[in-house]
Design a protein around this ligand. Structure first.
Ligand code: MN
Length: 273
């Protein structure tokens, strides 16, 4: 393919709205239509997830959600550094396995992208990740009381919720997961669980899809608040591990119901400037 043909193809791809396809043409990679469509679908769901998590007050000006790249499974898709409620498809950057933005084009990336790169590296089952400073969970990250499931919606917490102590890896730090070494240590503490708390910081939630990870991030926040209310009333009866395991299967079957509702609600709002 000569340079002129390449530029023409790149321009044509841009004009037809396939930004990801255009980037692939620029790299001279064949992009089957089905693959480009799958990537566009993940990008659309990622934008929705970002806005939903802001709408549900799991995120505020901070926080990020990512998805494993559908055609480059060692890469992931995530917004450039931007407030979650304002994210659009044009803000989504493909990150490589080390957290480098391969189509960032000078755009600033999240400092804590190593949360995502190191978890995707060690957890092949994980397809989506949320990091937030979900306010209800912070007390559980600094106290001796473990976060445990008080009701069926948060049954996934029955697997146990570890707390990452950053001092063990980084000593005195700014508390951020700002390099691969700290990200790797965090992924080791998460191990095979769906949620890990970050002491004095927030949490990281992982899942097999964007709807499920959004569901888990939201109900982790709700459970934290309900658990504090229950503790204030006296001794608490938590879900048994077996109840949690059975109940979580149902949650995964019905997850599209709240996802569709949340997506509709954020879709009806005017896009943020
Ligand atoms: Mn953070």
């Amino acid at each position: 393919m000569n340079k002129k043909t390449l530029i023409c193809k790149f321009w044509l791809a841009c004009m037809t709205g396939g930004a990801m396809a255009a980037a692939a043409v620029a790299r001279q990679l064949p992009v089957p239509a089905a693959t480009a469509a799958a990537t566009d679908k993940v990008i659309a769901d990622l934008v929705a997830a970002s806005r939903i998590l802001a709408d549900l007050n799991v995120m505020d000006g901070f926080g990020h959600v990512s998805a494993r790249h559908p055609s480059h499974p060692d890469h992931f898709l995530m917004s450039r550094s931007k407030a979650p409620a304002t994210v659009t498809a044009e803000d989504i950057v493909e990150h490589d396995q080390d957290g480098n933005g391969i189509d960032a084009n000078g755009r600033g990336l999240f400092l804590e992208r190593y949360i995502h790169s190191e978890i995707y590296r060690t957890r092949p089952d994980v397809m989506a990740i949320v990091h937030s400073h979900s306010p209800g969970v912070v007390p559980f990250s600094v106290s001796q009381t473990p976060l445990r499931p008080v009701y069926h919606n948060s049954a996934f917490l029955g697997a146990g919720v570890p707390v990452f102590e950053i001092r063990q890896t980084a000593g005195m730090s700014d508390m951020l997961i700002r390099n691969a070494q700290i990200g790797k240590a965090l992924a080791a503490v998460l191990a095979d669980k769906p949620v890990v708390l970050l002491r004095g910081h927030g949490d990281v939630v992982v899942g097999p899809s964007l709807p499920i990870v959004v569901f888990r991030a939201y109900y982790t926040e709700v459970n934290a608040r309900l658990q504090q209310q229950a503790i204030a009333l006296g001794p608490v009866t938590y879900l048994e591990p077996e109840e949690a395991r059975i109940a979580d299967k149902v949650n995964e079957q019905v997850v599209m119901r709240p996802w569709d509702l949340w997506k509709k609600k954020v879709g009806e709002k005017q896009p943020s400037p």
